[in-house]
Design a binder for this molecule. Structure first.
Ligand code: EAX
Length: 365
C-alpha cells in the first residue's frame, strides 16, 4: 500500500516537472525526472523512447498489467511511433503492474493531471459514465470479429469520444479480450458450479449482477490486490482473459480455467484532455496517429497470447475445460431485461440497438 502511494507521489511530481517543461524550449528536466524515478527503485518504466532526449512533452502512462501484457506492448509501440514522428519531442513512458494505481486511480489520475495516458478495461469506467456499459452485457459478442467491428464502427467511435467532458480524450480501442473463469474449487461446467464461489470481479454493477444471478458471491477488487487475495484464500476465483491470467502468473495460485468467454473487455487508450489540448496541432496529430497505428499490432498480441498463454497455463499445471455456453447465456439473460433501459447506471437502448445491428452483420461461423 505504502509503495503504491509513493509511486503515485513520484508520478505526480514527475507530471508536475513534465508540465513545467511544457513551453520552455530549453528545458531538459523531464528526462532527468524519469531517471530519478527509476533510480529510486519504486517504479520502473518500460519504453523505447529516447529517455534522455529533450522531450517537450514527456508523458507517463499507467496500466495494471505486467510489461509483457499486450496493453503494455501496445503502449510501448505507440511510444516508439510517437518518438519517431516527433523526433523525440513527445515521449511516453509506460508504468505497468499497478505501479501508478488501479484502473479507477488511473482514470482519476488523468482527470487530476498526475498521469497523461492510460489503457483500461471499459468495466471500471462504470464509475464515471454509462456510455461504455453496453460492453458489460454477458455474452453480447460471440467472436472477436464482432467486438472489433463494434469498436471500429461509428457508434464505437462515439462511445470512445463520449468522455471528453470528464477530462478523457479517447485515442484508440486496444483490447483485453474474452474473459474466462479461474478458480480453486472445481472446473466450472454449468452455472450451478458457481454456487457460493467467492469470485473477484471488476468494479462494475452489471458484472456483479451477472455473477450473483448465477449464484456466485462476487467481490469487486482492484487488479493489484487479486493475486494476494487468491493466494490467501480471501477469494476462490477470478475472471480475466488468458493473457492477463498468464502474465500475472495466476497459475501459481489457481488450479482450473474454464473457457466461458462470458464477457469481452475492450480497452480504450485515453489521454488527459487538458494535456492533449495544450499541445501544438502537429503533436496532437502525432499522438492520435501513433495510437491508431499501434492498434492492429496490439490486437495481434492478444490473438497470439490467447493461444500461447493457454498452453503456458496448462504447462504450469492448470486444468482447462470448455463448457457449453448456452446454459450460462440462459442463466444471465435476465440481465438484459434488468439493465437495457433508460436510466442512470443502465445500458442505453439506443446504443444497444446500434450494437446489435453491427453484430448481426458478422454471424459467428
Ligand atoms: O484491464 O481488472 C481486470 O480484471 C482487468 O481485466 C485488467 O486489469 C486489465
Amino acid at each position: 500500500m505504502k509503495k503504491r502511494v509513493l509511486s503515485v507521489l513520484i508520478a505526480a511530481s514527475m507530471a508536475v516537472v513534465a508540465f513545467a517543461g511544457c513551453g520552455s524550449s530549453s528545458s531538459t528536466t523531464s528526462g532527468s525526472a524519469s531517471g530519478s524515478a527509476a533510480a529510486s527503485g519504486s517504479a520502473s518504466a518500460s519504453t523505447s523512447a529516447a529517455a534522455t532526449g529533450e522531450a517537450e512533452y514527456a508523458m507517463i502512462s499507467g496500466t495494471t498489467t505486467p510489461d509483457n501484457h499486450p496493453y503494455n506492448l501496445g503502449l510501448v509501440k505507440m511510444s516508439e511511433l510517437l518518438s519517431e514522428k516527433t523526433n523525440g519531442a513527445v515521449t511516453l513512458d509506460v508504468f505497468g503492474n499497478s505501479q501508478l494505481g488501479g484502473e479507477r486511480d488511473l482514470i482519476e489520475g488523468l482527470q487530476l493531471g498526475s498521469v497523461q495516458v492510460t489503457c483500461v478495461s471499459t468495466a471500471p469506467l462504470a464509475g464515471f459514465t454509462d456510455s461504455f456499459l453496453v460492453f458489460d452485457l454477458p455474452f453480447i459478442f460471440e467472436t472477436s470479429e464482432q467486438a472489433r467491428a463494434v469498436m471500429d464502427s461509428e457508434i464505437g467511435t462515439q462511445i470512445l469520444n463520449s468522455v471528453e467532458e470528464q477530462g478523457l480524450k479517447g485515442l484508440a480501442w486496444f483490447e483485453n479480450g474474452f474473459r474466462n473463469i479461474t478458480n480453486n474449487v472445481k472446473p466450472i461446467t454449468v452455472p450451478d458450479d458457481l454456487k457460493g464461489v467467492k469470485i473477484r470481479t471488476m468494479e462494475n454493477q452489471i458484472h456483479m449482477a451477472a455473477f450473483q444471478i448465477m449464484g456466485a458471491d462476487p467481490t469487486p477488487m482492484a487488479m493489484g490486490d487479486v493475486f494476494t487475495a487468491l493466494q490467501q484464500g480471501t477469494i476462490d476465483a477470478q475472471e480475466n482473459p488468458v493473457p492477463i491470467i498468464e502474465t500475472n502468473k495466476f497459475y501459481e495460485v489457481q488450479k482450473y480455467i474454464s473457457m466461458t468467454g462470458h464477457l469481452f473487455s475492450p480497452a480504450p487508450v485515453f489521454i488527459a484532455k487538458d494535456y492533449y489540448d495544450s499541445m501544438p496541432a502537429e503533436y496532437q496529430t502525432a499522438v492520435t496517429e501513433a495510437a491508431a497505428e499501434a492498434t492492429p499490432y496490439q490486437r495481434e498480441q492478444i490473438d497470439e497470447q490467447n493461444v500461447t498463454g493457454l498452453e503456458s497455463l496448462q504447462e504450469n499445471g492448470m486444468e482447462a475445460n470448455e463448457p457449453e455456453k448456452a446454459p450460462f447465456q440462459e442463466a444471465t439473460a435476465p440481465i438484459y431485461e434488468e439493465y437495457v433501459k433508460d436510466g442512470a447506471g443502465m445500458v442505453s437502448p439506443d446504443i444497444y440497438a446500434q450494437v446489435q445491428e453491427i453484430i448481426a452483420q458478422y454471424p459467428a461461423q
